[in-house]
Design a protein around this ligand. Structure first.
Ligand SMILES: [Fe+2]
Length: 133
């Protein structure tokens, strides 16, 4: 599995949000390595759990920033966050039920789960916040 590398194309132009995103990418890479290295299932589950918890914490951080600066698309952005957390938790639940490590397809969908939102809604949010701050 190829590591995700943070670069300028992922920057939303708000340094503290970029710093969170880098951390999430690192956690994603750690999860990929755990699967690749055949770590015990408990380690894989705990790492995915940590990725989801950190993402939830980070989403609250973004939402506070959007609230503070009166971001007009906050309701839609918040709804997208809720959906992402829900799908992340569904994946964790499926993992716990199956007792099998993540498949290559699940890792690929998790990569999209992580970067799709950054490349999409977060860019618009970042442009707004960078101007507002
Ligand atoms: Fe976001």
């Amino acid at each position: 599995m190829k590591d995700l590398v943070w670069d300028k194309t992922l920057s939303v132009d708000v340094p503290e949000i970029d710093a969170d995103h880098r951390r999430l990418l690192e956690l994603f890479n750690r999860l990929g390595h755990a699967v690749e290295d055949g770590e015990p299932q408990a380690v894989i589950e705990a790492t995915l759990d940590e990725l989801i918890s950190c993402t939830a914490w980070h989403f609250q951080h973004e939402e506070r920033q959007m609230e503070k600066h009166g971001y007009p698309d906050l309701p839609a952005h918040r709804a997208e966050h809720a959906e992402l957390i829900e799908s992340g938790q569904a994946l964790l639940e499926a993992l716990r039920q199956s007792g099998a490590p993540l498949s290559a397809q699940q890792i690929a969908s998790l990569e999209h789960w992580l970067t799709g939102h950054i490349y999409g809604s977060d860019m618009a949010m970042g442009t707004y916040l960078a101007e507002a701050t």
